[in-house]
Design a protein around this ligand. Structure first.
Ligand code: GLC
Length: 576
């Protein structure tokens, strides 16, 4: 408000409430680079190997900076590359200031970061500080004796008190407490036994973590992803709880009010001081929890991602489109005025996008991958793309448990054995949903090992690399890759696709996902066929089409208010 107006309103001449804008689209509240950004996730060991040891590395990423630039993406989130015994592929950190040699060294990191920044790409670091590795110096000290200065960096339960109350572990079928004979006590690990939970109640531990974050912020990283951070605050009196609450583990095991004290402190100490942005993995169990993490006035985190939608397709039976619509629509409306979401359907903890939410048969793989990318890049929220999804990379086939090395997959298998589940059925589900599907090497070309490495890759290359690879798709104007680039450009050049209001059309339609995005006078219609059939769809908006923004087929067929969509057709129109 201008000074004069402020004076008049203070004197009581008229209301001091700012007048509401006519069309208060989310946008107008608060524009931010991280809302407008298109994020690309790199799983570093699988992206590009420069030295033939079979693991992707920083120099490999440096070789591919031109490729990243050509995608039009503006942010990179890289999974952990810190020093680690690699029990959980780096989510078990033994030194947060050192780099695991298989990725290179600090100079390589600095060059990679500089290379990204030169191209206008921001870098998001994965902070794994709900737990450390059991090989971290803090834990070695902590376990050495009850009197050690680092004892309170972790959660211990003295054995003379008897067995601690049962706690569910996400990776260990035997539960989250591990007995350690060195000091005759149990320690807590929400994930694997080699990933002991850090004790956030200890202010010294918190300062150590902030110092680590400052170290990376000073290096120039632009953001932090807080891994599994909802578990950082728990009830440390460890009460007995009723059995059978594993499905609601966040409510029982994390998200205590102190979480917000820690995040506010972290924001003051790190985020606001260095102007970096932050994203929470997980969004609690209610919209209220999610808002408490990211609403701007709370000064905690900025972006949150929930698992409701990504978790819809966990078995070969797939999912119902109306559930997917309901999930995205509910979350959108809960965040329409405040807070901000990440939009994603795949990452390193999941199987491949096109195999779970599209159709990975040779006939429909490309069109359905294009359709899914059109979807993810035309929703309100920061769009996330997992490496390889810009090509439509698919699941691999791993029917036998001996083929698995991931700690989560093996943990689930042991739990299924213990519960005497039908193992043949279990393996079908694992083969479909295991996160190993999403970790195969990037498919660069049709040369040996898909051009990923000259040595033996750490994980098998998907045999379909001969058809699905960057080089082949570069040459084909209508490839999944080139469609992705067009879609990124469309989003980046049209604020309406970032900030515009979202309105769902025909919620119950089983095959078509249709919606509009509106920002002031700018209105777009998005129509996505999630099926392999030709489908008719009616919408009044079809009568007001001005032009086509993007279409993964050469043509479209409209009569009046009705359109016939081809299998997995994805089309965006501007409306008059
Ligand atoms: C997060 C990560 C996952 C990891 C786990 C333990 O969920 O995304 O990959 O295994 O935390 O750190």
């Amino acid at each position: 408000m201008k000074k004069f107006t402020v004076l008049l309103c203070l004197l009581g001449f008229f209301s001091c409430q700012p007048t509401k804008k006519e069309n208060p689209a989310h946008a107008e509240q608060d524009k931010q680079w991280w809302k407008e950004g298109v994020l690309y996730q790199i799983y570093p060991q699988s992206f590009k190997d420069s030295d033939g040891d079979g693991f992707g590395d920083f120099k490999g990423v440096i070789q591919k900076l031109g490729y990243l630039d050509s995608l039009g993406i503006t942010m990179v989130w890289m999974n952990p590359f810190f020093m680690s015994p690699l029990v959980d592929n780096g989510y078990d950190v033994s030194d947060y200031r050192a780099i695991h040699p298989r990725y290179g060294n600090m100079k390589d990191f600095d060059r990679m970061l500089e290379g990204m920044h030169k191209r206008g790409i921001k870098f998001v670091l994965d902070m794994v500080v709900n737990h450390s590795s059991d090989q971290h110096e803090w834990f070695k000290q902590s376990r050495s004796s009850r009197a050690n200065l680092y004892r309170n960096y972790y959660h211990w339960w003295p054995a003379e008190k008897g067995k601690p109350p049962y706690r569910h572990s996400l990776f260990d079928p035997e539960g989250a407490w591990e007995y350690d004979s060195l000091s005759n006590a149990y320690y807590l690990h929400t994930f694997a036994e080699q990933q002991p939970d850090l004790n956030w109640e200890n202010p010294k531990l918190r300062q150590e973590v902030y110092n680590i974050m400052k170290f990376w912020a000073k290096k120039g990283v632009d953001g932090f992803r807080m891994d599994a951070f909802q578990f950082a605050s728990k009830d440390t009196t460890f009460p007995e709880w009723p059995q059978g609450h594993e499905k609601e583990f966040i409510k029982w095991y994390g998200l205590r009010p102190q979480l917000h004290e820690y995040l506010k402190e972290m924001n003051q100490e790190v985020f606001s001081k260095y102007g970096v942005f932050s994203v929470a993995e997980g969004a609690g169990s209610t919209f209220g929890d999610a808002h408490d993490l990211v609403d701007p006035d709370r000064k905690e985190l900025q972006l949150v991602y929930h698992f409701d939608a990504v978790d819809l397709s966990k078995t070969p039976a797939g999912y119902q489109l109306k559930d997917l619509k309901r999930s995205f629509t509910r979350w959108d409306s809960a965040f329409a005025e405040r807070g901000w979401l990440a939009i994603f359907l795949a990452n390193h903890d999941n199987a491949r996008l096109v195999s779970r939410f599209g159709n990975d048969s040779p006939q429909f793989r490309a069109v359905s991958a294009q359709m899914l990318n059109t979807f993810l890049l035309s929703m309100r929220g920061t769009a996330y793309t997992y490496y390889g999804d810009e090509l439509g990379m698919t699941n691999i086939d791993m029917p036998r448990i001996e083929q698995y090395e991931d700690i989560e997959a093996i943990g689930k298998y042991l739990a299924a054995l213990a519960a005497k589940e039908n193992i043949a059925e279990f393996m079908k589900v694992l083969n479909y949903s295991s996160r190993e599907n999403g970790r195969t090497p990037m498919q660069w070309n049709s040369a040996k090992n898909a051009g990923f490495s000259t040595g033996a890759p750490w994980k098998m290359v998907n045999p379909n690399y001969l058809e699905i690879n960057v080089a082949a798709q570069e040459k084909a104007p209508n490839s999944v890759l080139n469609h992705f680039r067009k879609m990124v450009r469309l989003r980046t050049n049209n604020e309406v696709l970032v900030y515009g209001k979202y309105k769902l059309l025909q919620a119950e339609h089983p095959k078509i996902y249709g919606y509009t995005r509106t920002l002031k006078q700018d209105k777009r219609l998005v129509l996505l066929n999630f099926s392999a059939d030709r489908v008719n769809f009616e919408a009044a908006e079809l009568a007001t089409i001005a032009n086509v923004n993007i279409n993964n087929y050469d043509s479209y067929n409209i009569r009046g208010n009705r359109i016939e969509l081809l299998p997995y057709q994805a089309i965006i129109f501007s409306l008059k």
